[in-house]
Design a protein around this ligand. Structure first.
Ligand SMILES: NC(=O)C1=CN([C@@H]2O[C@H](COP(=O)(O)OP(=O)(O)OC[C@H]3O[C@@H](n4cnc5c(N)ncnc54)[C@H](OP(=O)(O)O)[C@@H]3O)[C@@H](O)[C@H]2O)C=CC1
Ligand SMILES: O=C1CO[C@H](CO)[C@@H](O)[C@@H]1O
Length: 277
């Protein structure tokens, strides 16, 4: 069975570059999907308090029979828990739901810059990291201006920034900022929830390589060096999305996909998204 490359984060922790995302997987179906993914070779699961399926992730990992330390688990602090005391209680709930004594990565899900002080929230995250119960901490949906303020006001530099990235939103500025500051970029909605799969350029490159449009798009992410975790509840697609390591895109293919950028989001804009449930 093939394995995924590992990326070393700025704190020395390694993360499998290809993982499995579980947003919009029904809590009752999550354990089965996670078992299917782990059987296919994935060793990295991306969940969030907001997805309400952390318990299913924990159950799936246990049911797989794999030792806990062979699976990298990420979760994210919900938007209603930015207050440092609320963050501490929410972090406990995540560990309880997953049924584990630590997570490998814990993220602030959204900056919520208009309704909270994310630097204060980050100080609570630093405590989770110092205690060892979050092996790494990071952020999600932070723009360079948010990251600048965070880095200026704290001691631990985020290990990752998880942002929306796909061929229609290539995120040159945010990825360059991350590279400059040792913050790994994680690409969410890597196939734009399916919207890039009919793109004629992607389809043409897929035909050339006798691969699917999803595989070509995910391979483009891998060759750019980002961490990526496509979601699927379909067993055949879960396996298809993992079969990325026996073909390569050349520079011309990579440039053609880069050129599809049109700065088009499928999800919310971090500068205006302030949803607190
Ligand atoms: N930090 C954040 O704010 C966010 C984080 N995320 C994370 O990123 C992960 C991935 O993003 P997500 O938004 O789920 O979207 P994706 O870009 O991964 O797309 C998922 C959709 O594509 C379909 N699909 C998956 N594989 C294939 C394939 N090979 N061929 C055709 N269709 C396919 C799935 O269908 P089906 O399931 O029916 O097979 C599903 O409808 C999330 O699960 C979550 O972990 C996502 C959004 C925001
Ligand atoms: O992780 C997430 C899944 O998608 C949602 C809607 O786009 C986001 O709000 C959320 O951050």
């Amino acid at each position: 069975m093939s394995t995924t490359p590992l990326i070393t984060l700025n704190n020395g922790v390694t993360i499998p570059q290809l993982g499995f995302g579980v947003f919009q997987i029904d809590p009752d179906e999550t354990a089965d999907a996670v078992v299917t993914a782990l059987d296919a070779g994935y060793r990295h699961i991306d969940t969030a308090q907001m997805y309400r399926n952390e318990a299913g992730v924990g159950e799936g990992v246990r049911r797989s029979g794999l030792p806990r330390d062979e699976v990298f688990i990420t979760s994210k602090l919900n938007n209603d828990s930015h207050d440092p005391e609320a963050a501490a209680a929410a972090f406990e709930r995540t560990l309880d739901a997953l049924g584990t004594d630590h997570v490998d990565l814990f993220l602030i899900h959204w900056p919520l810059a208009m309704v909270s002080d994310f630097v204060e929230t980050w100080h609570a995250m630093e405590e989770f990291y110092r205690s060892g119960r979050a092996r790494s901490i990071g952020v999600s949906n932070f723009q360079p201006h948010h990251l600048r303020r965070l880095i200026d006001g704290s001691t631990v530099v985020p290990a990752v920034n998880q942002i929306e990235v796909h061929p229609y939103l290539t995120q040159a500025e945010a990825r360059a900022f991350g590279a400059e500051h040792g913050i790994a970029t994680e690409a969410w909605s890597p196939i734009a929830q399916g919207k890039v799969l009919d793109d004629p350029t992607v389809v043409r490159i897929a035909e050339t390589h006798q691969r699917t449009p999803a595989q070509v798009t995910l391979r483009w992410h891998i060759q750019r060096g980002d961490i990526v975790f496509p979601k699927s509840v379909t067993a055949a697609r879960i396996r298809e999305n993992f079969a990325l390591f026996d073909f390569e895109l050349d520079d011309v293919d990579m440039a053609a996909i880069d050129a599809l950028n049109r700065d088009e989001r499928t999800g919310p804009d971090p500068d205006t998204f302030d949803y607190v449930p």
